[in-house]
Design a protein. Structure first.
Length: 84
């Protein structure tokens, strides 16, 4: 029975740490440009700039309240069908 040779690594291959370093080096510029563009968009949108944040916060608050205290649908339907 012959054994298979272990994976051969060549000296001119990149290691995974080198690939990660190159990826971080090249990703810096697009990430910086996206941050600058987001900041510019925030500055040039004078009306309702915080609207998406406020809508998201209201939705989360409503969902948390409904989870803790129920949405009142059961209480309203019970009270409306009560005959006493």
């Amino acid at each position: 029975m012959t054994s298979k040779p272990a994976a051969v690594s060549r000296k001119d291959d990149l290691t995974w740490s080198e690939v990660g370093q190159l990826g971080m080096r090249y990703a810096r510029f697009p990430i910086a440009l996206l941050c600058v563009e987001a900041f510019y968009w925030f500055l040039t949108q004078p009306s309702d700039t915080l609207a998406p944040i406020q809508v998201t916060e209201a939705w989360l608050w409503n969902a948390a309240t409904n989870l803790l205290y129920s949405d009142g649908e059961f209480v309203a339907s019970t009270l409306s069908t009560h005959n006493g």
